[in-house]
Design a protein around this ligand. Structure first.
Ligand SMILES: C[S@@+](CC[C@H](N)C(=O)[O-])C[C@H]1O[C@@H](n2cnc3c(N)ncnc32)[C@H](O)[C@@H]1O
Length: 281
């Protein structure tokens, strides 16, 4: 069994009772996904759907003709459709997938026994290629919901964050994720990458900061380098802007205002970037 994924399963199991506390996060996400859907009645794909505590599937079915939920945790997906009473709805699909295609190999590393000389080139190479996901894409809209921080955390657990090639591995994981999202979008379709980037565990005032000071507070956290590995919102934005290969495939790249995701005992700050896919030539 993959110990990195087992950790995800444990986290998903523990976070199941958070439907109520996540209402605001879910509502924010629903607003953006509804706006992106327009009047097309298109097909939505969600990467890292997990328990779907952040997705009101029934409401989203009012604007999407199909919803495709992707996660490595079968039990979380099963729970999600049961609890939202959509398990028999033919418009809702579930796929158990490792969206990186390299999670098995990554789990083969033992952070404790890794030395600076351990060569990570092969695993970096694996993350440098798109995973074959065997999904019925492309989709009109693709949303990645707070899975990128988890993918990077898995790398930290596997190899540690002090290895000389860690930064290279992180860059490969992040680039692959953005590439996966963009590849899954139909011509002129839309993408929404949502990422948690700091929590009240390290930003102890996060819960108390009033809304009107939230953005300023987050800027201070970012300036003092208090954020999860590899998911500084500015760096995420730069994946699709400027002089990057992906920037040439998308347009209307927009950073949305950050918001809070309340997970009961812990609160997260969330950043999101939305964009459209340029037609393939
Ligand atoms: C923080 S949770 C997202 C929250 C989720 N949308 C919810 O509301 O329950 C991250 C999700 O990413 C999934 N995940 C982590 N690594 C993955 C991988 N390599 N492939 C697919 N899903 C993965 C986890 O199982 C988990 O469900």
């Amino acid at each position: 069994m993959n110990k990195l994924f087992e950790e995800e399963f444990r986290f998903n199991q523990a976070s199941r009772p958070n439907w109520e506390s996540g209402a605001r996060h879910r509502e924010t996400l629903r607003g953006y996904l509804t706006a992106l859907a327009g009047n097309r009645q298109g097909r939505l794909c969600v990467l890292g759907a997990g328990n779907c505590n952040d997705l009101d599937v029934k409401q989203l079915l009012q604007v999407y003709s199909e919803i495709h939920l992707v996660d490595v945790d079968q039990s979380a997906l099963d729970y999600a459709v049961e609890v939202q009473a959509v398990s028999d709805d033919p418009r809702v699909f579930r796929y158990v997938r490792d969206i990186t295609g390299a999670g098995q190999e990554l789990a083969g590393f033992e952070a404790a026994s890794i030395s600076p000389e351990t060569d990570l080139s092969e695993i970096i190479q694996q993350f440098s290629q798109p995973a074959e996901l065997d999904l019925p894409g492309p989709f009109d809209e693709v949303c990645s919901t707070c899975v990128l921080s988890q993918l990077i955390l898995q790398a930290v657990s596997a190899v540690g964050d002090t290895h000389p090639q860690f930064e290279q591995l992180l860059v490969a994981i992040r680039s692959q994720h953005f590439q996966t999202v963009v590849d899954l979008i139909i011509d002129s379709g839309a993408g929404l990458v949502v990422s948690d980037f700091v929590s009240s565990e390290s930003a102890t005032d996060l819960k108390e900061v009033p809304d009107f000071q939230f953005t300023q507070y987050l800027s201070q956290l970012l300036s003092s380098r208090n954020f999860f590995h590899g998911v500084h919102p500015g760096v995420l934005f730069s994946q699709l802007k400027g002089n990057t290969p992906l920037a040439g495939l998308v347009r209307n790249v927009e950073m949305l205002p950050p918001w809070r995701w309340d997970l009961g005992s812990r609160q997260y700050a969330v950043a999101a970037i939305q964009f459209h896919r340029l037609p393939r030539s």
